[in-house]
Design a protein around this ligand. Sequence first.
Ligand code: ATP
Ligand code: MG
Length: 243
Amino acid sequence: MTDPVVRFSRVSKSFGSTAVLREIDLVLPEGQFLGLAGLNGAGKTTLIKCLLDFCDLDTGDISIHGIACHKPQARSRLSFLPERFIPPYFLTGREFVGTMLRLAHRDYDESRIRAMFDDLDLDQAALGSPVRSYSKGMTQKLGLAGCFLSERDLYVLDEPMTGLDPSARARVKTILMRLRTEGRTLLLTSHSLADIEEICDHMLVLHRGRFAFCGTPRELRGEFGESTLENAFLKCIEVPVHG
Ligand SMILES: Nc1ncnc2c1ncn2[C@@H]1O[C@H](COP(=O)(O)OP(=O)(O)OP(=O)(O)O)[C@@H](O)[C@H]1O
Ligand SMILES: [Mg+2]
């Protein structure tokens, strides 16, 4: 049997006396598009930081493609966009993307980069500009371009729609749908439940350190007898969490 793309086994993580993750179990199979929802401070970014070995776990294990997450090769098939993406201010757009491609062991192909800029509605002239001159949305698009151009099997995107206008959001969704048809795997956090419903086939609701829900968006609505995902989510986080 093949390993899932991501597996969390009884993962706990605290900061001081604050327990953020409490014995979390998670299996992300290949090809799944998984949306992680939760209130501000619920621990979504912490979960991602644990996955990427940016912090030590209190207890538990995490593997990526069957490899323990603290081993660098575990991340070799993964592309990550942080929730606060800030590229090195002294680089041009072209230099940033070139660096990302080198890190991903991809050839530099200017026409592919230009096509990705077009896909994201990012002016190609920005390639030659220092990233410190970019607007917020342009910076976010650059981060997404770097991620998507690396062509990895697993995309971990922490609030990827931050700062994007409606046109850019639609374009990102189109790219994500393309990745889905290619069989890639996605772990995404978002405060937009509508985005999660549109983009993801499965979702998790993280609340008080545990998953208060795990299933499809339709199942979340059904379980709480609500026609909108937002109301179902609100009901979900009001009920006591067991397990
Ligand atoms: N380095 C840190 N030191 C201390 N506490 C931290 C640290 N990082 C996160 N926390 C705390 O852990 C909890 C979870 O934070 P986290 O950033 O994971 O939440 P989140 O679900 O991503 O929230 P948001 O929706 O606002 O992005 C919060 O209480 C936060 O204050
Ligand atoms: Mg966060």
